[in-house]
Design a protein around this ligand. Sequence first.
Ligand code: MG
Length: 328
Amino acid sequence: MREPQVTPVGGLPERVTIYEVGARDGLQNESVVLDVATKIEFIHRLIASGLPAVELTSFVPPSWIPQLADAEALLAGLGTLPGRHPVLVPNQRGLDRAIASGVREIAVFASATESFAQRNLNRSRAESLEIFSAVVARGLDEGLTVRGYVSMCFGDPWEGPVEPGSVADVVEALVAMGCGDVSLGDTIGVATPGQVIDLLDRLARRAIGPERLAVHFHDTYGQALANTFVALQHGVTTVDASAGGLGGCPYAGSATGNLATEDLVWHLHGMGVETGVDLEALCRTSLWMADRLGRPSPSRTVTALASSLEATSADDAAIERREEEHHG
Ligand code: MG
């Protein structure tokens, strides 16, 4: 089987927007640094597989994340693309660079906890929100669309449990700044469905409905799809995922990080939820990327489909050879 058998489930959205983070969140957490031509091909292949929103890179100082130090060259090489293509910006300097590269959508990355704000951004949570507030205001003035991320929403490696009211405060601050949507990140993959329902309910009570939210789950503890399912039941229609499960999380002490886009697509298509994604094309892209990175994809779906897709590729090659002989 290359596609799941479809049996619809009531109470779910008809369609989900998959927000693909492999080229940014995925590659920034891989030890192999890819050349810009490989990244350009990767992004073109992701878009060709039907993904409607593909985050491209991050305009952080090159010394912070060497994997993404080629942001300008990447944007110049990609040219004009169909769909949504945000880039991450950490500060005004990053915003300058993004604007100079012709970007139309940016994302800012806030922390739900003090510990992660200090470690990731080297500032207190409140100070980092002040910086983002100015970045978002200027981005909106420039006519850009802005997405907010909140990391460590359901657990923090230094603090342990995270108070959901405190997460809601950060989400509320990002919405008040003018972020069009806010992505709730389970950065270390520890959440279970009750926590997800609780946070969504709290946000709804603060008039932040699921149409303003996205979910960003990690599969470190095998919970990503269970958490996604309850988020869909509560009206969320944007789900972040990373092709082939690219990007282990450096803070989780595990190779398993981002939810794999292919695993998400199998889950959604099986329940009759449309995504517009060609699963086979996406799997081929992740197998190609796994070759570039020199290691197998951690995605269960990519692993399950790999042998049949490779067999087809071998058949196609044999047919092409026969046709060439015939025409030659
Ligand atoms: Mg992630």
